[in-house]
Design a protein around this ligand. Sequence first.
Ligand code: C2E
Ligand code: MG
Ligand code: MG
Length: 727
Amino acid sequence: MPHRLTGGQPIHVLIVDDDTGSRLLMRRALERSGFVISEAADGNAAVAAVEAGECHAVLMDVEMPTMNGYEACRAIRSRPGGNHLPIMMVTGRDDVASINQSYQAGATDFLAKPINWNLLGHRVQYLVRGGRLVQEVEESEARQRAMLDALPDLLLVVDMYDRIVDRLGATENHPFLQGGVKHEQKISELVSGDAARAITHALDDCRVRNERTELEFEAFRDGVERRFETRIVPYDKGRLLVVLRDVTERHRANNRIRELAFFDPLTQLPNRQYLLQLLEEARREAAATGERFAVVRINLDNFKRINDSIGHGAGDALLQAVALRLGTFLKLERDGAVTMPLARLTNDEFAVAIRHLQSDADVQNVVTNVVAAFASPYMIRHRDFFVSCTLGIAIFPDHGGFADELLRTAGLALQEARAGGSNRGVVYSEHMRARSVARLELETELRRALEQNELFLAYQPQIEVASGRIASVEALVRWRHPTRGIVPPDEFIPIAEESGLIVQLSDLVMRQALKQISEWWKAGCRDLRVAVNVSGAQFEAPGFPDWVFAHLDEAGLPGACLELEITESLLMVDEAAAALAVRAVRELGVHVAIDDFGTGYSSLAYLKHFPIEALKIDRSFVADLGRDSNDAAICAAIIAMGRQLGLKIVAEGVESAEQLQFLATHGCTLAQGFYIARPVEAPEMTRLLRIGEKDSAPLIEVPARKGALDVPLADYEADLLLKVAKK
Ligand code: C2E
Ligand code: MG
Ligand code: MG
């Protein structure tokens, strides 16, 4: 049976021998077995024949005159494609030296003379097959190597002493090997500290369990910390294959994702998601130890308005400044309780947890620290902003067993705190839940009330203290509720502000007040003004002066018939913008008064910057006149200071003859209060105005003042008194 290749082709053998007779004998023997034969008479001819074409094997005589067999073999091996060609040396000597020489020259096999002609065909057949197998293995190895090279992984083979004995894969540029490897270096010697210990441990682990082990570790390469993902698998003969992948970038990306998911990008503080985790941690710990912890929610008052008026860029800067300062102030803690990292919960709200509460004083301490962070103004873009805050507090386990529940109850406490004024903290209590439901109901009802005209105005006169005559009337909104009766504004104005209904409500009040003053003017009260209360949301909206103008225009009235009452805290939020707005309405002829003076920042010196006409002393100071000497001193101070600034001073909430007398004695310009007249509806007010009467008689006899007018106080004395009063 003829010897053929797997594809069915005959096998082509080149016979190289200088002896013609030998060539002939071999040709005969091989042709009989089905081989195709070509011949060469010396080494040179052999090399040329191999280069020229198809030849599956070579039988090479050693002794030849011009180029011997060894040389020819070497020459063939060095030619392209020549390294796999099976070459069998035909030697007369089967001594060890010539056999070695044959192999050294690159021969595949050797055949010693005398030749067994019957077996020659088989020998050549095996020679070709062996050659092909070797070639296949080599090709397959090359493919595997190429594949390994294409992988981003570095593969290290380590022996039972953890020494690196081989390297595969991306050995060239792999960052793990950047420092180079010494002979028999241990893999753990290429890293340091924790990473070295972790690797040694993982290698041992893989040996013991004889299964794949994984770990990740970090190592510095070129001064940069890189992260390597590592898999270790049993290899052979007790050796292990360590596959290392550089996952630094992936790890960074994961961290970035985590950052985005758990941190607020503006302030870099933990966000709500992260806070919930921190709280959950605190909860588990507290549940185990039986300790208590608190959740404190911190809301910036009026932030939305500040943001709308100063622009979002400056608003962001303010939030960052607040975050920074709050963080610092929160660290001012006492022993025992531990303040957790500050988190940003929403746009204008922060939150912090306090672990290991020892007593209620710990909570109070945090409230004090937080409030202190808002005591001085924030300087944003060269302007000072006064910001205040309110705090809502919930305590584990009393106010909730879980993180989200605690946040909710702290939120309810916060709502309660906001209703009661700024810079204070309120701890949750059970009744707040019911109240929050009631608030929500009230909002729905207020919406309906606005549509169904349930709101109306009451008017309360302000008299000149000197003459007792009515100088102006304050318009005060009321709600005639179908079942509850008359609801006072304190109960629904905050809800209107929060829900945005304040816009509609303010329009209604302004329109109604102007319509009414127009009627009174037509009836002859030419000097009368109507005072309208301005809410923060309106005042800080950019088009506020235009809004006032549009209403005057619609009513066909001059600005002089209108007075706007603005609380001092509104002016303080953004001083520059407030000054612009006040000036713009002043240009319309509208009067501006500061309402509830004394309850806010109360800097008289500061008010010099605003072109205002009047100060209304808050009724809390007036109420205690005669009883509290401190309040009396403050009232006297405000009156004296106001007079020095050329302002009219209005005392609110005058309820007795003594109070009126005190005010008269100290030179207060105007007074308003139940003692003079309660807020009444328009027809009753018309009657009080005594329209049509010849000389407008005083509404009330003002008690004669006691002694001479008080000596005015100096600036600093007044401010000092106010500061004392606020403590
Ligand atoms: P305010 O501007 O300080 O108004 C004076 C408040 O003091 C009025 O309460 C008035 O009824 C009350 N008052 C007057 N004299 C006395 C007195 O002798 N003793 C006592 N105890 N109280 C007296 P009211 O009408 O309940 O209004 C409360 C607040 O609601 C107002 O305080 C004002 O800030 C706000 N408000 C009222 N109407 C409006 C409005 O139309 N728009 C806005 N934005 N706020 C309004
Ligand atoms: Mg008022
Ligand atoms: Mg007031």
